[in-house]
Design a protein around this ligand. Structure first.
Ligand code: AHR
Length: 492
């Protein structure tokens, strides 16, 4: 049976914000120290950044990077990470020592090197609204004030001009340091926003939220007029404690779960009439929860903690990042495109090391399947969504649930040229696809990433999963391979 996808290039639904290809890094494991930033390493540049990692990230044209966390942010005092004297401190989020050698100015340098926008997550845990406003001053105030002067003394006279600022990170969870109640959060965010905007009224402000009516209504009623975004997070596989990853079929359930969270958050914003002014940032997402045994239940305090640290290495094992992650990443990005009127930013968590898309090794790096999905979609898809729909659909088994066997997003670039992302979810079957459009296309170039459900890239076999180009002469006869992500670029 052949499935039909109908495209109407004349019906542009909305723009696709390139910020959905954003990244996130946190002071955790080797994500920053040893992953991106490793002064003195033979592969590092004069500023201490791994040149090979930067090169790989540059190829993705990363639009925005969120930093310094995550949970780490809720006990991070930015003033410890600036200036000539950097004192190590105890990181109360991850129970390790933070050397503070990578701070605000190093992060800005990284963003400059990658031509990415910086997005700072403030400390709404152990920090204060004034500490947040001082950070805005340090980054954005040209001359006035102690912190603007400090920036100049530290060798950066020109302001860093940071547009994106989040008030807090997951302050709704009991595990977060300085967690707040529903009643506390809104008024607290309001006070933070007031003070930060007193320093720079042009900043774009985010606040930590969840797809939850009580939390979001209270937040938006208190501070909605001062916010530009609310941010939500998603990790499908709850493997924080065990490190046990769910299989390919189970991971196929993640797409719908994340779309439900987006739809729920949209409806809350719409219920308050805020949909045109306050947008959604999915500023941490991954199929897999990170691996940090013992943090949430405090068992890391037992003498076995070293063991736990060595187990953390498990997260660095490239063979664990497969086509399951790639198919999910493509599904998630297509979902953000479909909701592009509301979802204006998304940050893959994390960019490197751990559950990231780049495995950084001592003398090389591994580009994991998800990296190639970002590369393919970022490079080949357009920045506006065209109307498209399947006239029929087959399903595939997602471990006691059925999901559509195919997913798609039809895009156009500024010249009106189309490019269609098609995802083949079935782990075993190829699917015949017919693309119907009013335009007289003469075949297409097809860029495909595919493999078995457990296909991965490793140091030994770095290119098992990569982008392969083919050509078809007729859009009526396409074959979508199992476990695959394709971009079809029709030729007129
Ligand atoms: O597991 C990593 C953590 O996941 C991030 O620090 C936090 O923001 C999220 O809960």
């Amino acid at each position: 049976m052949s499935i039909t996808l109908r495209i109407d290039e004349e019906r542009v639904l909305h723009p696709i914000d390139p910020m959905i290809y954003g990244q996130f890094i946190e002071h955790f494991g080797r994500l920053v120290y040893g992953g991106l930033f490793d002064p003195g390493h033979p592969l590092s540049d004069e500023d201490g950044f791994r040149s090979d990692v930067l090169q790989a990230l540059r190829a993705l044209r990363v639009p925005v990077i969120r930093w310094p966390g995550g949970c780490f942010a809720s006990a991070y005092h930015w003033k410890d990470g600036i200036g000539p004297v950097r004192e190590p401190v105890y990181d109360k989020a991850w129970c390790v020592e933070e050397p503070n050698t990578f701070g605000t100015d190093e992060f800005m340098l990284l963003c400059r090197k990658l031509e990415a926008e910086p997005y700072l997550c403030t400390n709404a845990g152990t920090g204060t609204p004034e500490e947040m406003a001082d950070w805005v001053e340090y980054c954005n105030e040209p001359r006035k004030g102690r912190w603007a002067r400090a920036r100049t003394r530290n060798g950066h006279e020109r302001p860093w001009s940071v547009r994106y600022w989040s008030i807090g990170n997951e302050n709704y969870t009991g595990g977060e340091l300085g967690a707040k109640t529903v009643a506390e959060w809104g008024p607290y965010v309001r006070e933070c926003a007031k003070m930060m905007r007193r320093v720079d009224p042009t900043i774009r402000l985010f606040a930590a939220a969840v797809p939850d009516l009580d939390w979001d209504l209270a937040l938006l009623r208190s501070a909605g007029d001062l916010l530009d975004y609310i941010s939500i997070h998603g990790y499908f596989d709850p493997c924080w404690q065990t490190g046990i990853l769910s299989g390919y079929r189970k991971s196929l359930q993640a797409g719908a779960a994340f779309e439900r969270d987006i739809t729920r958050t949209e409806s809350i914003l719409r219920s308050l009439g805020l949909q045109d002014r306050v947008k959604i940032a999915f500023d941490e997402w991954n199929l897999r929860g990170w691996y940090h045994p013992g943090i949430c239940d405090f068992s890391m305090l037992d003498p076995d903690h070293d063991h736990a640290a060595s187990l953390r290495e498990k997260a660095e094992d490239d063979s664990r990042y497969t086509m399951a992650d790639a198919v999910f990443a493509a599904t998630f990005l297509c979902t953000c495109m479909r909701h592009g009127d509301m979802v204006r930013m998304a940050n893959f968590s994390p960019a490197v090391c751990g559950r990231g898309m780049i495995g950084v090794k001592d003398d090389t790096l591994v580009l994991r399947p998800t990296y190639h999905v970002f590369r393919l979609l970022r490079e080949r898809l357009g920045d506006r969504l065209a109307d498209s729909y399947f006239t029929d659909m087959e399903t595939c088994d997602a471990d006691s649930q059925d999901v559509p066997a195919l997913d798609a997003a039809a895009t156009l670039d500024s010249a009106g040229r189309s490019a269609i992302c098609v995802i083949g979810r079935d782990p075993e079957r190829s699917i015949s696809l017919r693309i119907e459009s009013r335009r007289p296309y003469h075949g297409a170039r097809v860029y495909t990433i595919c493999g078995g459900p457990d296909s991965c890239n490793t140091i030994e076999k770095p290119d098992t999963v990569t982008i392969r180009e083919t050509r078809v002469s007729d859009l009526a006869y396409l074959t979508i391979p199992p476990c695959s992500v394709s971009v079809i670029v029709p030729e007129e």
